[in-house]
Design a protein around this ligand. Structure first.
Ligand SMILES: Nc1ncnc2c1ncn2[C@@H]1O[C@H](COP(=O)(O)OP(=O)(O)OP(=O)(O)O)[C@@H](O)[C@H]1O
Ligand code: SF4
Ligand SMILES: [Mg+2]
Length: 339
């Protein structure tokens, strides 16, 4: 079946995930607003890269989407149904539709389980009782991930595999329930550079073939263009720019995105990891975030009395682009603001 890319798979409406901070275990100090008013629409089969400097809330958003974190407020709507209102059975169904690939493959795999057990477990938990069906699915995902000959892997334990093989097992496990969305949180950042490209290529092929939606969190802007159609830029618990990748790399709108790209002389493969050189200034405290636009203490275009007072909403630019910056109020294109 062909995925209709115009059809919305997942929506977030003013999504918030706050973590309570306590002193001496009981005294309320405040909340870390890790996800603080996130709005997006993700289409079926679409691949998104989620970028932003360390601590801006990317993993917290990922964990909220896959159901590990409970949203403090706002809602997620999956295939038209609010996740907030679902019963336990529907929640289990939702979790089976959304796979997770995390950064550290070794940490993600239970050390005392064989590969066969690791890959079968999600199917058993989700009530797939037919052994032949489990075996068929296991063979399918292992073949897709080039974990062949299959029998060479089934009785092994995670520590017997290389980092690249371990991460392919993590991806296989995420796919075994035929999800519609994969949340991939820096899936290759802990692997050797030589294996990274190979795994990302494989992942990309599987995503296209299965018409899977992917949210790919990365610090590596060099892979973004190659891996995704759209990019979301996160800052201080919010998504501040959403754009097709090409347009964003050619003509970033939000001052933070511009500074992020300027921190990398050339966003291409030779600059792997340079994105860690973030714009000057300190990232905002998520315990006491700045008033108004969270980027205003670092922004050279800050409009006094506005940016430091009122939070900018998402302004729609041409070509399917959104940006939360006052400079773009009533503008129709990123190039309308020459900064
Ligand atoms: N369970 C938690 N309890 C309290 N605070 C948390 C928890 N999880 C995350 N945080 C805080 O939320 C903020 C966002 O963290 P998060 O891990 O989402 O950032 P990130 O963008 O994924 O960073 P990185 O790029 O370093 O992985 C941080 O201040 C972090 O300390
Ligand atoms: S809203 Fe104001 S402070 Fe925020 S990014 Fe735009 S110009 Fe800078
Ligand atoms: Mg993270």
């Amino acid at each position: 079946m062909s995925a209709n890319k115009k059809e919305v798979l997942l929506e977030a409406h003013d999504l918030r995930t706050w973590f309570e901070i306590k002193k001496w275990g009981f005294l309320h100090v405040g909340f870390v607003r890790a996800v603080d008013g996130v709005n997006f629409k993700l289409n079926r089969g679409e691949s998104i890269s989620l970028v932003g400097e360390s601590g801006c809330g990317k993993s917290s958003l990922a964990k909220t989407i896959i159901g590990i974190n409970r949203p403090t407020d706002g809602e997620l709507v999956f295939e038209g149904k609010s996740i907030k209102a679902v019963n336990d059975g529907d929640m289990r169904q939702y979790k089976s539709e959304v796979g997770f690939v995390q950064q550290d493959p070794y940490g993600a795999l239970p050390p005392f389980m064989t590969i066969q057990r690791i890959l079968e477990e999600p199917m058993i938990v989700n009530g797939i009782k037919d052994k032949a069906e489990r075996r068929a699915r296991l063979e399918q995902v292992m073949t897709e991930l080039k974990l062949t000959p299959i029998v060479d892997f089934l009785d092994k334990y995670p520590h017997m595999l290389s980092g690249g093989q371990q991460q392919r097992i993590v991806i296989a496990r995420a796919l075994v329930l035929n999800p519609k969305l994969i949340m991939a949180d820096e899936p290759v950042s802990m692997l050797d550079a030589s294996v990274r490209v190979e795994i990302l290529e494989l992942f990309r092929k599987i995503q296209a073939k299965r018409e899977l939606a992917i949210i790919y969190i990365t610090h590596d802007l060099s892979t973004v263009r190659y891996f995704s159609e759209r990019i979301w830029v996160m800052y201080g618990g919010k998504i501040v720019e959403q754009s097709p990748v090409r347009e964003l790399l050619l003509e970033p709108a939000h001052p933070y995105t511009r500074a992020l790209l300027a921190a990398i002389s050339e966003p291409d493969a030779s600059n792997i990891d340079r994105y860690k050189k973030v714009p000057p200034g300190e990232p905002p405290s998520l315990l006491n975030p700045p008033y108004g636009c969270r980027f205003h203490p670092r922004c050279e275009y800050m409009i006094s009395g506005l940016c430091d007072q009122e939070e900018p909403p998402d302004f729609e630019l041409a070509k399917n682009r959104l940006t939360a910056c006052w400079l773009f109020k009533d503008k129709e294109d990123a190039s309308d603001v020459a900064i």
